[in-house]
Design a protein around this ligand. Structure first.
Ligand code: C2E
Ligand code: MG
Ligand code: MG
Ligand code: MG
Length: 301
């Protein structure tokens, strides 16, 4: 009987594995079709200057209009896209579209609600997967896209993660220097989650650091927590200490800081006290489609 039970368990397990394999295969097939049929759309989330209270730029974020599942978020398909290499054509499409959109905003400011002077200074932030970053054709592609869209390279910022830089620091350093020589902006994304090594920062020609949401969500410790002594409160205040250190270090290296995932006024107040340069998050605005983003006006918080 035990044997029979064991066997049926095994079969159930096998079936689940089979179903997983099927859904993986299905996702891959659907992704390929999505690339061909252009089922993707870019959403734009404003990045707000904490000194001027104005929109300084937008981060371009990928969305998938799945024919039956509706709007699908990148968390559900980027890993698969990276695994299959589909991220490469998707990434180039993304970059070209985002640059084109920014250039359109630069050109049509009169019609938009965006302040004219500021609109010309808008920067577009585009996420680059490690596969794309390491692709030998990277610079060739970028040159072509910038040429086609007439976008000045200083209005483009590429977001790269720490792990992408640290996988092969020598190559990364080389790559970043080539990008910097073209005046393309370089930003470390999700800073504080991976290796969190501050020591390598000076080595790379990075101009902006994006502090990860997981740190930002824990920086507003209450006054009571401040006054009490002991281990618990020291742990409680740790994200704040880390963020403070990152901002100070960035400043001393001449880098700008963006706080990611700002959701509350308390977090914003804390970031202002710390002299953070920019913030991005639901407190200001969730990512929007291009049309709505172009009409956006962020109210001072
Ligand atoms: P990310 O680059 O760190 O982007 C920030 C994510 O945080 C976005 O999620 C954004 O919608 C979300 N977010 C913004 N403000 C808030 C907030 O206040 N609270 C919370 N809880 N979340 C907030 P999204 O759009 O789902 O993208 C997830 C990740 O997918 C991105 O993280 C990025 O790593 C990746 N991704 C998105 N588009 C692309 C792309 O075109 N290429 C590549 N390689 N990766 C992309
Ligand atoms: Mg990003
Ligand atoms: Mg991030
Ligand atoms: Mg500063």
């Amino acid at each position: 009987r035990a044997k029979a039970l064991g066997r049926s368990r095994y079969e159930i397990f096998d079936l689940t594995m089979h179903q997983n394999a099927l859904s993986v295969l299905q996702l891959e097939t659907e992704l390929r079709r999505a690339v061909e049929n252009q089922e993707f759309e870019i959403y734009y989330q404003p990045i707000v200057s904490l000194s001027t209270h104005q929109i300084a730029g937008f981060e371009a974020l990928l969305r998938w209009h799945h024919p039956s599942r509706g709007l699908v978020y990148p968390g559900e398909f980027i890993p698969m896209a990276e695994e299959t290499g589909l991220i490469i054509p998707m990434g180039w499409w993304m970059l070209r579209q985002a640059c084109r959109q920014l250039e359109l905003w630069h050109d049509t400011v009169q019609e938009s609600e965006l302040n004219q002077e500021l609109a010309h200074q808008l920067t577009i932030y585009v996420n680059l997967s490690s596969k794309q970053f390491l692709q030998p054709e990277l610079l060739e592609h970028l040159d072509k896209i910038l040429h086609e869209t007439h976008l000045h390279p200083s209005h483009l910022k590429l977001e790269i993660t720490e792990s992408c830089l640290l996988a092969d620091p020598e190559i990364a350093e080389e790559r970043l220097k080539e990008l910097r020589d073209r005046q393309i902006g370089l930003c470390i994304d999700d800073f504080g989650t991976g290796y969190s090594s501050l020591s390598y920062l000076h080595r790379f020609p990075i101009d902006t650091i994006k502090i990860d949401q997981s740190l930002i969500s824990n920086i507003s410790i209450d006054v009571q927590g401040h006054c009490e002594a002991g281990m618990i409160n020291r742990t409680k205040g740790l994200p704040l200490q880390i963020v403070r250190t990152i901002i100070m270090l960035a400043d001393s290296l001449g880098m700008k800081v963006i706080a990611e995932g700002v959701e509350t006024k308390e977090q914003l107040t804390q970031l202002r006290l710390l002299d953070c340069d920019y913030a991005q998050g639901y407190l200001f605005q969730a990512p929007l489609d291009a049309l709505t983003a172009g009409k956006l006006r962020v109210e001072p918080q």
